[in-house]
Design a protein around this ligand. Structure first.
Ligand code: ADP
Ligand code: MN
Ligand code: MN
Ligand code: MN
Length: 338
């Protein structure tokens, strides 16, 4: 009888950013939905989530994804970490802090570097490659090396087979730097899909002896850092909005500037310098089509009577999308509607 492989994955308790963890559970029947996946447990004392004398943490399945790299009988089961009562979210469980709203939509643009032997793929062993210029959306061995694109393409296929709604991929400004974009409806869904996409990339890269460097500024100097722009819209922003509401929203974003930065990934002061299409970390600004602003307002937003989505350009590549989404929704909730 065929056995089904369910890879339960979750986020550990490491600070300031969690790591992905996973272990396999065998099942006799294929799960049809996440409801068919039982609650499971793990040793939290090995993941900075519990003390050794009371080590059990619970895994509550919240998402089910086909895992085609592992065959037809395999699934990834994305989990939230719960306390032993199975009802109280563990303190490390940031997903539980994201207000659940099916009508809020997010799009994350994940940038990252592929690394080998602690150097970006395609960089010389010593020194630096040619200055930035031709790498962004580039083609050819000189610009992208010889394995990076294969990895990126395979990752895209794995994500699509998993049902993740990629919107695009591209080579980025620094050599060895890449980006993928994911969009999803539902306040938690895009962050869920992003963590699964990160998991698939990390696991794929094992086969190539390649690491994924998520840090937002692996190289100081004239080398772009990695961001994770967060595009967001609530139903109210899309359907009602208006200039008055927008200006009020921006005031409240400004007031919460430091709280946002705290949720947007570590070491962001190295990246948000005011150079390389960023606003500096101690300033808040918004601007129409302005890639040097904290929040970029798309032309379409203004043309539609201040309705639609906004792009927060401050979150970085290492940020936890749950914490980012959670903070944005909290700030939005402080602005009265109607
Ligand atoms: P950039 O020029 O910064 O790369 P893009 O226009 O390529 O920006 O990407 C914008 C992203 O915004 C899309 O990939 C999508 O994920 C997201 N997006 C589009 N519409 C909405 C919306 N209504 N609500 C939230 N996010 C959206
Ligand atoms: Mn982009
Ligand atoms: Mn980009
Ligand atoms: Mn962007």
């Amino acid at each position: 009888m065929a056995k089904y492989k369910l890879e339960y994955i979750w986020l550990d308790g490491y600070q300031p950013v969690p790591n992905l963890r996973g272990k396999t559970r065998l099942a006799d029947e294929a799960p049809k939905s996440v409801e068919d996946c039982p609650i499971w447990g793990f040793d939290g004392s090995s993941t900075q989530q519990a003390e050794g004398h009371s080590s059990d943490c619970m895994l509550k399945p919240v998402g089910l994804y086909p895992d085609v790299d592992r065959g037809d009988n395999a699934y990834i089961v994305l989990c939230e970490v719960m306390m032993p009562d199975c009802e109280t979210p563990h303190p490390s469980n940031m997903r539980a802090t994201v207000e659940n709203d099916p009508d809020t939509w997010f799009g994350f643009e994940q940038e990252y570097f592929l690394f080998q032997n602690k150097r970006p793929l395609g960089w010389p062993t010593d020194g630096f490659p040619s200055p930035q210029g031709e790498y962004y959306t580039g083609v050819g061995y000189a610009n992208v090396g010889n394995v990076a694109r294969e990895i990126v393409e395979k990752h895209l296929d794995l994500c699509l087979a998993a049902g993740i709604n990629h919107e695009g991929i591209n080579a980025e400004v620094a050599k060895g730097q890449w980006e993928f974009q994911i969009f999803a409806k539902g306040s938690r869904k895009c962050a869920d899909d992003l963590w699964v996409a990160r998991y698939l990339l990390l696991r794929l890269c094992e086969k190539y002896s390649v690491d994924v460097e998520w840090h937002c500024k692996p190289f100081l100097g004239d080398w772009n850092g990695s961001g994770m722009h967060c595009n967001f819209s609530t139903k109210y922003m899309r359907e009602t909005g208006g200039e008055k509401y927008f200006k009020h929203l921006m005031e409240v974003f400004e007031r919460n500037k430091d709280e946002h930065i705290a949720a947007y990934g570590p070491d962001n002061h190295l990246r948000l310098t005011g150079l390389h299409e960023t606003q500096s970390i101690d300033k808040f600004s918004w601007g129409i089509a302005d890639r040097g602003a904290s929040i970029r307002v798309p032309h379409s937003f203004v043309n539609n009577g201040y309705k639609g989505y906004l792009e927060d350009r401050r979150p970085n590549s290492q940020g936890d999308p749950y914490q980012i989404a959670s903070r944005i929704l909290r700030t939005i909730s402080e602005v009265p509607t109607g």
